[in-house]
Design a protein around this ligand. Sequence first.
Ligand code: NAD
Ligand code: UGA
Length: 430
Amino acid sequence: MKIAVIGAGYVGLTTASCFAHLGHDVICADIDAERVGRLQKGEVPILEAGMPELLAEGLASQRLRFVVGAPNAVRNAEVVFLCVQTPQGDDGAADMKYVEAVAREIAPVLAPNTVVVNKSTVPVGSTLFVQRVLSEAGATDGVSVASNPEFLREGQAVRDFLNPDRIVIGCENPESAVRVSELYKGIHAPVLVTDPASAEMIKYAANAFLATKVSFINAIASMCEAVDADVREVALGIGYDARIGFQFLHPGPGWGGSCFPKDVSALLYAARNAGYEFELLQGAVDVNRAQYERMVTKVRDAVGGSLAGAVVGVWGLTFKADTDDLRDSPAVAICKRLLDEGATVQAYDPAAGEQARRLLPAVDLRADAYDAAAGADAVVLLTEWDEFRWVDFERVGAAMRKRALVDARNLLDPAAMRRRGFNYDAVGRR
Ligand code: NAD
Ligand code: UGA
């Protein structure tokens, strides 16, 4: 089928490359001309496993093309995927201005019978909203709108897209729903066709549930610290229960990223608007904020009670490992808190790059984990990059002012760290 994908970010680029891989003819558009130029040359602007190979394959087969400007992509498309950002607005709701702008741009050039699909995460009512904007802006009557939320995770976007747990399609028009589902031929997953409002709610419910699950295990970790239990044992013990499962039970510095915070906020806003106080979800947010603060307290304790004048080495800045994304990263928030209390912060992240310099101008960015630890009163490990497991801790310890390490991801072995003479603290562990 002929597909247009609008937005070449994490979701758009993955959607476009994967559909080309599945044999479709894809044109992907972005407004960022530099990004489009790089993609046309085969350069992947984000860190995403498997993406360079998929992009090269798509460009070589000419099934994948990149253009500047949405109207240039949609003219002959049978299905158009909207994959633009829906950031948190000032009031906490999802900001729909990018989705609306694209709908207005493409309306006059859409072929009759095109299906426009919201793949961006959008609030309940957005399928109808886009339909209305398209009509107002001159789309022909045959154009229909569907919801097809995306559940991929950054860092494993390609794998998740090609091996999803399910495909959700929300659409009032059965023919359009069939057309969207046919695009996924070759992917083995249950397809749930439902009404647009339910499809939109499924996406928010999924992210809110996962964020709540992480907050739950972080709260249990705090309890474990208070009663001298080990959260890793507890997570294992409850995870064996198939109704609970092992995933999303890793305690850490709190959840962040480009989606959980904004989507939870948007759902809380929608609930309040609907006259429902979603206290459970608000509780998950409160636990999350407190978790950031607990990490700051651990670092303060590790340096001897006051951060003023202390040197802190930070390992990891991205919101989780295997991505270069710093959006709403707990590590960034924690660095800012350490700076606020007067610490000198020297940080290393394998992927954060230039963006980190812009976001954290007061942080001294170092070339590797050893350099970030040199002369530090404590190191805090904030992102679970695998390479931090394999550093030479003798070398790290020798370079530090004091051997103190706060492992906010429970990545390291407490006994081994103590054997090496580190004052070692983790999350929810004895
Ligand atoms: P992103 O910011 O990485 O990408 C959005 C892209 O859209 C940008 O490159 C931007 O330049 C482009 N764009 C904006 N307006 C445009 C226009 N008028 N014409 C053409 N291009 C335009 O965002 P993302 O992380 O890919 O997220 C996109 C949506 O998908 C969001 O709603 C998000 O909630 C949702 N989502 C994201 C993920 C994820 O892991 N990142 C997963 C599932 C769902
Ligand atoms: C998340 C969801 O997992 C995806 O299904 C969804 O499509 C996506 O949001 C989205 O809508 O954008 P992602 O943001 O890539 O994906 O990251 P996750 O792997 O879910 O992690 C989110 C946050 O929770 C990270 O800060 C991570 O470190 C934290 N986390 C996750 C934990 O602290 N513990 C865990 O056990 C799992």
